[in-house]
Design a protein. Structure first.
Length: 115
């Protein structure tokens, strides 16, 4: 099931990713079935691995950027904004506590003096 999902995702992105083992297998077959030298096969394998890694990094970057844009469009706050709000709330809670403890901030005294 997971392989089917991967194939579907890779196909939708137009990416063909080969595992290192599959690349080595193809390289060995090329050496055996053609006039390709072992050195050329190794060079080809290395280039295929590097190309695959570069494509994967580009894919990760693109997906990350699109997810961020989607979250922004939905109005989802990022971690830094949430942390800043948490600090602000904590600061306000401290101020409220101080005001409630001060003589002028005590509600029972202010309501009894108004009567």
């Amino acid at each position: 099931m997971l392989d089917e999902i991967k194939k579907g995702l890779f196909a939708s992105f137009g990416a063909v990713l080969l595992t290192r083992g599959k690349i080595d297998e193809v390289s060995r077959k090329l050496v055996q079935e053609t006039k390709l030298s072992k050195e050329d096969a190794q060079k080809l394998a290395k280039e295929l691995v590097e190309t695959g890694e570069n494509q994967w990094q580009e894919l990760e970057t693109t997906v990350t950027q699109n997810v961020r844009k989607g979250l922004e469009a939905l109005g989802v706050s990022n971690k830094q904004a949430i942390e800043a709000l948490e600090k602000r709330v904590a600061s306000l809670e401290k101020r409220i506590t101080v005001l409630e403890m001060s003589p002028s901030g005590n509600e029972s005294e202010s309501t009894s003096s108004a009567e």
